[in-house]
Design a protein around this ligand. Structure first.
Ligand SMILES: *[C@@H]1O[C@H](CO)[C@@H](O)[C@H](O)[C@H]1NC(C)=O
Ligand SMILES: *[C@@H]1O[C@H](CO)[C@@H](O)[C@H](O)[C@H]1NC(C)=O
Ligand SMILES: *[C@@H]1O[C@H](CO)[C@@H](O)[C@H](O)[C@H]1NC(C)=O
Ligand SMILES: *[C@@H]1O[C@H](CO)[C@@H](O)[C@H](O)[C@H]1NC(C)=O
Ligand SMILES: *[C@@H]1O[C@H](CO)[C@@H](O)[C@H](O)[C@H]1NC(C)=O
Ligand SMILES: *[C@@H]1O[C@H](CO)[C@@H](O)[C@H](O)[C@H]1NC(C)=O
Length: 579
């Protein structure tokens, strides 16, 4: 009986311990209670910084970025917290909560020390430019201290700090984990989410919400696939006809003001936005404004000419394409460069059959097409470099078409392990979005319709091309560096989860991304293996992810449940272990 009581006491305390997502490099926590309230003195390198709810930094200085981070962290702790009844045993929450009537010690000081100086690169980094490491301590007498090299590291530490606290069922906010000592740094430098705003338009507040959740996961990149053959929502003032003819509807566009607002919102949260204008494929809709530049717009049967309707690519040997791209890029890139080190030039799924229809090419023979493609990429990447940016491309450009790209270029792989191996063996920097693991749109069925007959029978029960659905466990099992030599592994900068948007919009994006993208977030921040080289397990991750999911929901993101409450109340990941 006594042993049972002891065991259940142990289980009661076990779930909230170390429940930080993604898991830090090293954590030690105690079991003392501290409360936290409105009175919190915050200093930054010795200066008092008053925290103000919903403070919006007016500029990108280290101090302003930190002030914004502090105010968001405190808001998350005090206003948007949750009562963790799902994490403790059935009807046992109250027994786990600190006594409200005992004398209270408050977390009353938060001392922030930034040991290095930020540079312009801190706010628009190439992979490796920013040291995101931090240390965090909370003593049992209520003093918290953050040290970090960069203001970005301070933001990561503030997120960890905010995850120490819960709401008492009677309202006040507490942690039961003092003293705390955490030392943390990311394993991968590029930790991103890809949003596709062409297949379906996403309103600004949705994009902001995604950026918030990216930052809470300590991810640091938002890749916006801004245009495609289906719609052109990105306003280019020098070529206004692109969105005037190519947007889905009036107003369903991103103006320069909106683009700057997205970029600013992201920088304030330690997230870099990477815009992609896919080319020369996935460019069809520009035929509505510039028919003379496009080949195979809406060509039929579409499956001969593109991966999904409507087809359309830039013509590949048309002398009008270069001046058009010069105009497009000299409008857009100067608006990207203040906030980002990268511009993504696309390059996936270039369908050579489109060039049978191209009056300037007239063949799909790769002996003809590839040199033209090489020329296209060389000129296009030169535009990007001239604007002070580093080009990114999809893997097909070097891996499938054998087009050579500079060693500065970051190649985004989606076809998986062999491609990563061969690209890194050739010395290319790579990020992975392996579709077998990290494409979050997969496995929800076809969006194409099937007329009755042969194709109906063949495609029944209407799976999509990349089924099955990627359960968070599968996402969590993926190591972007698996099977590589040390030298090759060095060149894998990180990865991105993808959310191609044929059947995703602002209504379901939260549940598509979260908490599954969080599983990739932990792989990218904490690594597939822990400090002692152990393969991280679902059994360890599940309770922490379930807890983090509650935080996401409390903060306004409609993340899906990880497990039923019976499992999360079990105390650890073994409660619902497959047998
Ligand atoms: C709290 O931690 C201390 C030190 O590890 C331990 O002796 C004590 O039993 C713990 N108390 C509870 C309630 O778990
Ligand atoms: C964190 O603490 C460790 C050990 O004291 C130290 O080596 C490291 O430089 C500290 N990191 C930061 C960002 O202050
Ligand atoms: C590309 O266009 C140029 C100029 O019109 C022409 O001389 C050349 O033959 C074309 N190349 C191909 C492969 O069609
Ligand atoms: C190239 O185009 C011809 C038609 O002109 C077609 O028969 C052939 O299948 C195409 N090649 C490929 C690889 O699609
Ligand atoms: C790829 O192109 C290079 C020259 O850029 C050439 O040496 C190599 O043989 C080509 N590989 C293939 C598979 O075509
Ligand atoms: C680590 O675990 C995953 C499954 O979560 C497995 O696919 C992988 O092979 C394991 N790696 C090693 C090196 O054990």
């Amino acid at each position: 009986m006594l042993l049972k009581a002891f065991l259940s006491c142990l289980l009661l305390t076990v779930t909230s311990v170390q429940a930080i997502w993604p898991i830090p490099d090293s954590v030690s926590t105690g079991n003392s209670t501290l409360w936290i309230g409105e009175v919190l003195h915050v200093t930054y390198n010795g200066d008092r910084i008053p925290w103000i709810r919903n403070y919006i930094p007016p500029k990108f200085t280290s101090k302003e970025i930190v002030k914004g981070g502090v105010s968001r962290a405190v808001k998350n702790i005090l206003d948007d917290n949750f009562v963790p009844w799902k994490l403790y045993r059935r009807l046992a929450l109250e027994k786990t909560e600190p006594n409200l009537w005992k004398p209270k010690t408050y977390v009353s000081w938060l001392e922030i020390v930034q040991t290095g100086k930020d540079t312009a690169k801190t706010f628009k980094p190439l992979a490796g430019d920013v040291d995101e490491s931090y240390n965090l301590t909370v003593s049992i007498n209520g003093k918290a201290k953050i040290t970090a090299v960069s203001s970005t590291g301070v933001l990561r530490a503030l997120e960890t700090f905010s995850q120490l606290f819960f709401q008492h069922s009677q309202g006040p906010i507490y942690t039961n984990q003092a003293p705390v000592q955490i030392s943390d740094a990311p394993v991968f430098e590029h930790r991103g989410v890809l949003l596709d705003v062409s297949r379906n338009y996403l309103p600004l507040d949705t994009v902001y919400r995604v950026i918030d959740a990216i930052a809470w996961n300590k991810m640091n990149r938002l890749h916006i696939h801004a245009t495609d053959s289906q719609s052109w929502p990105l306003e280019i003032p020098a070529l206004p006809e692109l969105h005037q003819k190519g947007a889905y509807a009036h107003g369903k566009t991103y103006s320069p003001v909106a683009v700057a607002a997205i970029q600013t919102y992201a920088v304030q949260r330690g997230v870099e936005v990477i815009f992609e204008i896919d080319s020369p494929g996935h460019f069809g809709v520009a035929a509505l404004s510039h028919p003379e530049l496009i080949t195979g717009w809406d060509a039929q049967p579409w499956s001969t000419y593109c991966a999904e309707p409507p087809c359309g690519q830039l013509q590949l040997n048309n002398s009008k394409v270069d001046p058009f791209l010069d105009t497009l890029m000299s409008d857009l890139l100067p608006r990207v460069a203040p906030y980002s080190a990268y511009f993504h030039t696309g390059g996936d799924e270039v369908n050579f059959n489109e060039y049978n229809l191209d009056p300037t090419v007239g063949t799909n023979d790769s002996a003809v097409v590839v040199p033209l493609l090489q020329d296209f990429i060389d000129k296009h990447h030169a535009r990007v470099r001239k604007a002070g940016l580093t080009p990114m491309v999809w893997e097909e450009i070097p891996a499938s078409y054998n087009v050579s790209v500079g060693k500065d270029v970051v190649v985004q792989s989606w076809l998986g392990d062999e491609a990563i191996k061969s690209l890194t063996a050739q010395g290319h920097k790579v990020i992975s979005s392996n579709y077998n693991y990290w494409y979050l749109d997969c496995g929800r069925g076809q969006w194409l319709n099937f007329a009755e007959g042969e194709s109906f029978e063949e495609n029944y029960p209407f799976n999509d091309w990349c089924y099955p659905y990627k359960n968070w466990r599968l996402i969590y099992s993926y190591d972007p560096r698996a099977g590589l030599t040390d030298e090759e592994a060095e060149l894998v900068l990180g990865g991105e989860v993808g959310a191609w948007a044929e059947t995703i919009d602002e209504v379901n994006i939260d549940g598509i991304l979260w908490p599954r993208a969080s599983a990739a977030g932990e792989v990218l921040w904490s690594g597939r293996f822990d400090a002692s080289g152990e393969n991280r397990t679902q059994i360890d991750a599940a309770p922490r992810l379930a807890e983090f999911r509650e935080r996401l929901v409390a903060r306004g993101v409609n993340a899906e449940p990880v497990q039923m409450t019976y499992c999360t109340q079990g105390g650890d990941g073994n409660t619902c272990l497959f047998q």
